[in-house]
Design a protein around this ligand. Structure first.
Ligand code: PLP
Length: 506
């Protein structure tokens, strides 16, 4: 029977990929056609039916009014928007199993289900993959994504900072988790908590808002010549302000450029400063942490990338994404912390019916945001054992090499400009899996993202670079293939350029 369920799950995944192939042949690689979008939009049901449609009619509705309107972001290796990742076949199969059995992960009940033990193993394997000591990172859990992990990071940081300051000034435990932010800060002698960072992801401000620090608390301490790097003088000035507690949020690979804010030396220096000034170090490594799986090689192909994610062990907490480079389905994020202070924030105390055995596996409801939640560890577990360290390393190597080849192509193209405008040697050292560029012509550049995406061969994201519109290719799908995909990207960019030139000439 169990075999039958798995077979059905495998068939479902195979059917989805076959469906992608037909759509790809008919129309496009990346998005639904305008016609499909219009049809599904016209056919969707807008208000709650009084009498339900029932199973068969709803199935038919999903077939005609929903599925054709879905995008192919995860299924297509040519979708380079945001940092979407994809879903490997085994992760998708495991995810189907998760839905079929619908076990809630909430309390560690080893006599009732294996879910918490699998989750624990998946988190331990992630530590192994990232070369982080399992026992040092005892506060670890799966979240809905990097945004939720950043919320957890700032919540833990807030707790840690207020406690450390409280211990020094009041000599007592000042806990935000227990006393609330205002009373705990008063008791600790703090007027303000700030989040010091460089090139933060937008979700950091949101996280600051959610945990009561406010978006205005996010303060840049970047160097003026290279904005992604920390200006240590500025940083120390901020850290030493009296009556102010600090959380330092390190961008371990920035979403527009793939730049890393700190290498090993910087992380060591940061750790020393933060110890002195009682500051918490949170690293947003949503997709940067995967750089740790690259192996040093003799020709130094990945040297600077490896360095950018080195020193992660100096962090107090780390954000990672599962649904990006780890290629499990949405939604999955990772949170790791090596400080017990933060754990108290998530205690779901006083629910007598949720008692569990004393165990080395904590109940997930006491260490994360949710109480009931999906068994989202299973696709991760399946992915990690199916591909192993070597498999993920191969994915990432392909992604980086494809990005670098694309960067070279853009750099030598008469119509496009690589951002920042690097020497070619720099591309081979510093490009991670993100490529930022623009069209040299301002008029073309203003509509470049639209022009590329309208053709649906590849999909890119728009952003702003030094006040100008820019386009961004993020290679994050497990299917990335340097040879095949470099040509697809080049053709797509060339077509847009030619079409614009023809229009100019006519
Ligand atoms: C994607 C990303 C986030 C937000 O992640 P979600 O998974 O969308 O919540 C946060 N930080 C960084 C650096 C990211 O790349």
């Amino acid at each position: 029977m169990a075999h039958n369920i798995l077979e059905q799950s495998i068939k479902l995944d195979a059917a989805t990929r076959a469906y992608y192939d037909t759509r790809r042949q008919e129309e496009t690689n990346t998005l639904p056609s305008e016609v499909s979008l219009l049809q599904t939009r016209n056919n969707r049901i807008a208000t709650l039916p009084t009498t339900g449609l029932g199973f068969p009619a709803t199935v038919s509705h999903l077939e005609h009014a929903v599925i054709p309107g879905l995008n192919l972001a995860s299924l297509s290796p040519h979708y380079y928007g945001f940092v979407t990742g994809g879903s490997t076949p085994i992760a998708a199969v495991a995810d189907n199993v998760v839905s079929a059995f619908d076990n809630s992960v909430q309390v560690h009940l080893p006599n009732e289900s294996i879910v918490t033990e699998i989750e624990d193993r998946a988190l331990r394997m992630l530590c192994q993959l990232l070369d982080l000591e399992e026992r040092d990172w005892a506060h670890r859990t799966f979240t809905t994504g990097a945004t939720a992990s950043n919320v957890m990071g700032l919540a833990c940081g807030r707790e840690g900072v207020v406690r450390w300051h409280g211990k020094a000034t009041a000599g007592t435990t000042t806990s935000v988790a227990k006393m609330g932010l205002v009373r705990a800060m008063n008791a600790a002698g703090l007027d303000e908590i700030q989040v010091l960072t460089t090139v933060p992801h937008s979700s950091l401000g949101k996280a600051a808002s959610i945990v009561g620090l406010g978006r205005d608390s996010v303060t840049l301490v970047n160097r003026s010549d290279r904005p992604h790097l920390i200006d240590f003088e500025k940083l120390e000035e901020e850290l030493k302000r009296p009556g102010v507690g600090s959380i330092v949020a390190v961008s371990c690979s920035e979403v527009n450029t793939g730049f890393f804010a700190a290498g090993r030396g910087d992380m060591e220096r940061l750790a020393g400063l933060c110890r002195r000034y009682k500051a918490w170090i949170h690293v947003d490594a949503a997709f940067g942490f995967m750089a740790r799986i690259l192996a040093p090689d003799t020709n130094g192909e990945f040297k600077s990338i490896i360095d950018g994610s080195d020193g992660l062990e100096h962090a107090h907490s780390i954000t990672g994404d599962g649904h990006k480079l780890l290629n499990v389905p949405y939604d999955c994020g990772i949170f790791l912390s090596r400080k017990a202070e933060g754990m108290d924030v998530f205690q779901n105390a006083g629910a007598a019916y949720l008692q569990t055995d004393a165990s080395d596996i904590p109940s997930p409801l006491n260490i994360g945001i949710e109480n009931s939640r999906r068994f989202r560890a299973l696709p991760m577990y399946a992915n990690l054992i199916a591909y192993g360290r070597d498999g993920f390393r191969t994915f990432l190597q392909q992604q980086i090499r494809l990005a670098r080849r694309t960067a070279h192509y853009i750099r030598q193209h008469p119509g496009y400009e690589l951002l920042p405008d690097w020497h070619q040697d720099h591309i081979d050292q510093h490009t991670y899996m993100v490529v930022l560029f623009r069209a040299k012509d301002e008029v073309l550049n203003a509509s470049l993202v639209k022009a590329i995406n309208r053709r649906k061969k590849i999909y890119v994201s728009g952003t702003v670079w030094e006040g100008q519109p820019a386009s961004r290719i993020a290679v994050s799908n497990w299917q990335a293939d340097e040879e095949r995909d470099a040509n697809v990207i080049a053709e797509a960019l060339e077509e847009v350029y030619q079409a614009w030139q023809n229009a100019e000439g006519s």
